[in-house]
Design a protein around this ligand. Structure first.
Ligand SMILES: Nc1ncnc2c1ncn2[C@@H]1O[C@H](COP(=O)(O)OP(=O)(O)O)[C@@H](O)[C@H]1O
Ligand SMILES: [Mg+2]
Length: 837
């Protein structure tokens, strides 16, 4: 038989693949029993072991080749194996090692990871392949701790034969490139995990900084220092896992806003109580908008008035009725370990009515809780009757969270309860992501069984600002920080919280006394890794053909159009409208007001969704697509200059990605030059209309696209200096002046301009040198006049005038200004004429 993972052929007795280390045994998709390597059908339940379509994809779909993904790597290594080889017969060592691999493998597979490579005694495992999930990192950490536990047991058993064995484990998260050839991904994160492991002690689970950022709210960690790892220049901060319990402290932040939503749900509840009939309210919203929190808040406000039964569906699937079983267990205060008899007795105690009916409900619910439910019809019946029994005491709220992950039968049960619970004050409250519109539309729109659908959008600015401050217990945040967080989060409460915590973590937001201040200047906000994981997992769950549309749209930008995406898709696309519609129903994209290059505009629902989709695309593909898109825009807009900035931006991105991939060839260089041309044209127009910050930014970016030796840099640097100094942006101005200085060698004209800019900067920053500045620029004015550069002459007189005015020489200053104005008029330099006037 062949390994399902790497394809290597094996003899009949093999249990693990010699090529990649995966278990050759097949797990039954239906009942979970392990099948023999060659079995076609499960011996426990008869299901097929051969045809195993992965969830969410049909057999006919080929996934797109390669993508960038964030995965979590666990690396485990054995301590003390060298002496094993000395002391034991090779055959015994072989047997021992087989056991060892199995011991470390089991917790990994139990937590949904896979062993991807065996390197001698080292075992490399990955979480996030072939599909990333939002909780990859935490599952990896739990698996790593599980490895250490299982290994302790193993080492104790083997200590007579094997002596002292130890295990070091490290976990690291990072971006890799995953392809058909490299299913576990290629990239530096794998090396970091392997190296970090070497810094650990026997029994340790070390976690790198990047993993820590994903799990620090979920498990207790302690810092162990910063390591410079062998063969690497960058250092890595590491943490040790202290326990799998949540860190102490950290209470939930106060609830804000959402009064209207709560009122609407409460109205459905009141109607259910008044009519003594089940009513259904639905909360729909993208991840992080606060669906779960809304359920909690509703339960809190109902307090002792109602019995709230809360079920949560799990992304990882699981038994159909498990979410409900867990919820009922909690409501009935039953232990996980209780015997069937005890369960039955406890249930019967709350069920009124006839003896035979009580026994039926007790038996049915007990079976449900034990994970062996009766037939669906019977289960529906007993759940309905149990809820009715609970509702004889006081109204009941059955909340089912994350219903988009429910199995179809659980959805059926939900509908059944609403339809058939008469004479029962019952609110069924479900929360789901917009994907529910595709999986069960009858539950996602009002009418029919649904009394109301509350669709969540971002918090309003006031509530979001309060939340941002509450997250860190501040009274108020600096306005600039609050503004940034609001803009990036768009009011999504999860994003607000994560962004603020990230700013604190990165030192961009600091406590000073009892105030919070902005630490460093805030550049564009990065996406917090937790959000990245969440959105990446959401995108990964899409069908490949929809995912491709999303990725291509991301190259265009936050806003795009159907035709733009069509142009970037490979080959013929027949069903683009259907794919876009499906993305719209999932609230990943939406129609936008206005037009995009003459077509109705579409946009990403959230800028972070765009960023997450973009991150998946290989840099080389990004470069190709940006280039292709720029050409498409060029071909559509003709001579219209208002698109220069857009075209320049796309060419710039294409060039930047190529450059990041390595040395650039002639074609790449030409791309950079085209980018520079567009950016420079847009920058010079901005300068002419005195939009100075924009001009400075565009001109600086244009320069960055050119090789150091490119002759066009000189004129660009000149305009860049002009924009920066006119804007009073003295910080970067010195760099711009130095850049111009590189080209003054054999050009008297550029030398004179250089003198002018140097003088202008000095006049702004260094009053000591005003006198020498004045003399130098006066000389420069003469030189530029004799060269016939009227604009330069005007510039020099202007700087001279500034220096003279600072020196308090009013008369001389006015004379210099007159000369500046005359030269500017001669040179047709309207901008400077206006500046002088
Ligand atoms: N109205 C709110 N007030 C305060 N915090 C909120 C609010 N809504 C959501 N949050 C917080 O934002 C985060 C995400 O909310 P959650 O309910 O988990 O979102 P969802 O279930 O829609 O994915 C949680 O930490 C939650 O406590
Ligand atoms: Mg939730």
């Amino acid at each position: 038989m062949n390994c399902g993972s790497c394809g290597r052929a094996h003899g009949a007795g093999a249990r693990f693949c010699g090529g990649c280390g995966r278990s050759l045994a097949l797990r039954c998709p239906a009942c979970g029993a392990e099948g023999k390597p060659d079995a076609q059908f499960c011996e426990a339940c008869g299901a097929s072991l051969v045809a195993r379509p992965e969830p969410g994809r049909g057999a006919d779909v080929v996934d797109d080749a390669a993508a960038r993904k964030v995965v979590t790597i666990v690396f485990a290594d054995l301590i003390g194996s060298t002496s094993l080889h000395e002391r034991l017969d090779p055959e015994s060592v072989g047997r021992l090692m087989d056991r060892y691999y199995q011991v470390v493998r089991e917790p990994v597979e139990a937590h949904g990871g896979s062993v991807v490579q065996l390197l001698g005694d080292g075992v490399m495992c990955a979480f996030g392949v072939p599909h990333v999930a939002e909780d990859d990192a935490i599952r990896a950490v739990r698996a790593a701790v599980g490895m250490q536990r299982a290994f302790r047991e193993f080492a104790r058993e083997q200590s007579d034969v094997a002596g002292n064995l130890g295990l070091r484990v490290a976990v690291n998260t990072g971006e890799v490139v995953v392809s058909d050839e490299h299913r576990a991904g290629l990239g530096d994160p794998l090396n970091v995990a392997a190296r970090l492991q070497q810094e650990g002690q026997d029994g340790d689970v070390l976690v790198s900084h990047s993993t820590q950022r994903l799990v620090s709210a979920l498990v207790t960690l302690t810092p162990v220092g910063v390591f410079s790892l062998k063969g690497r220049s960058e250092t890595v901060a590491a943490f040790r896992v202290v326990s799998l319990d949540r860190p102490a402290g950290a209470p939930a932040t106060a609830f804000v806003g959402r009064e209207d939503e709560l009122r609407r749900i409460m109205a459905v509840y009141d109607a259910a109580v008044a009519a003594r009939r089940a009513r259904l309210a639905v909360i729909l919203g993208s991840p992080g908008l606060g669906k779960s929190r809304l359920i909690t808040e509703l339960a809190r406000r109902l307090g002792e008035r109602a019995t709230v039964v809360t079920a949560r569906c799990d992304a990882a699937g699981g038994a159909t009725f498990a979410p409900l079983a867990e919820a009922l267990r909690a409501t009935l205060h039953l232990d996980a370990g209780a015997s069937g008899e005890a369960l039955r007795a406890a249930i019967e105690a709350v069920v009124p009515g006839e003896e035979s009916e009580r026994a039926r409900i007790g038996g049915g619910v007990a079976a449900l809780l034990a994970g062996t439910p009766a037939s669906p019809e019977e289960t529906f019946f007993v759940v309905r009757r149990l809820l009715a029994a609970l509702a004889t005491v006081q109204p009941v709220v059955l909340a089912i969270d994350d219903l988009q992950w429910a199995e179809p039968l659980l959805l059926d049960l939900t509908e059944h309860l609403v339809q058939w619970s008469t004479e029962v004050p019952l609110l069924v409250l479900v929360a789901a992501r917009p994907e529910l519109r595709d999986t069960r539309s009858s539950l996602a729109a009002p009418g029919g069984l649904v009394s109301d659908v509350v669709t969540l959008t971002g918090l309003d600015a006031g509530a979001a600002t309060r939340l941002a401050a509450n997250v860190i217990g501040a009274d108020e945040l600096p306005a600039a920080v609050a503004g940034r967080v609001l803009a990036t989060s768009e009011g999504n409460p999860l994003f607000v919280g994560e962004l603020v915590r990230m700013l604190v973590h990165d030192g961009a937001l600091k406590r000073e006394g009892d105030r919070w201040v902005a630490g460093v200047e805030l550049a564009a906000l990065e996406m917090p890794p937790t959000i990245q994981a969440l959105l990446a997992a959401r995108i990964e769950r899409l069908r490949p053909e929809e995912r491709t549309v999303l990725e291509r749209a991301a190259v265009v930008g936050r806003q795009f159009s159907r035709a733009a995406v069509a142009h970037l898709l490979p080959g013929e696309v027949g069903n683009l409208d259907a794919r876009l519609e499906s993305l719209r129903r999932s609230e990943l994209v939406e129609p936008d007001a206005g037009w995009f290059l003459g077509e109705p505009a579409l946009r990403f629902h959230h800028v972070l969704i765009r960023d997450a989709a973009y991150r998946r695309v290989l840099k080389n593909t990004r470069a190709e697509l940006h280039g292709r898109f720029a050409e498409w825009v060029e071909s559509r807009v003709g001579e219209a200059v208002e698109h220069d900035e857009t075209i320049g931006w796309h060419l710039e991105q294409a060039h930047r990605h190529l450059r990041e991939l390595g040395p650039i060839d002639a074609q790449g260089r030409a791309l950079g030059e085209r980018a520079a041309r567009y950016l420079a044209a847009a920058g010079r127009r901005a300068l002419a209309r005195d939009d100075l910050p924009l001009a400075a930014s565009l001109l600086g970016r244009a320069l960055d696209r050119l090789d150091a030796a490119d002759p066009n840099r000189a004129d660009l640097a000149l305009d860049w200096c002009e924009a920066l100094l006119a804007a009073g942006d003295v910080g970067p101005a010195q760099g711009a002046i130095d850049e111009l200085g590189r080209f003054t060698g054999d050009s008297e004209r550029l030398r004179a301009w250089h003198t002018c800019f140097t003088g202008q900067l000095a006049a702004l920053t260094d009053p000591q040198v005003l006198r020498t500045t004045g003399d130098a620029v006066a000389a420069a004015a003469e030189a530029l006049a004799s060269l016939g550069d009227a604009a330069g002459e005007a510039k020099a007189h202007f700087v001279h005038a500034v220096a003279l005015s600072r020196l308090g020489k009013v008369g001389a200053c006015e004379a210099a200004l007159d000369r500046a104005l005359a030269a500017a008029r001669r040179g047709g330099d309207r901008r400077r004429s206006n500046a002088v006037l």
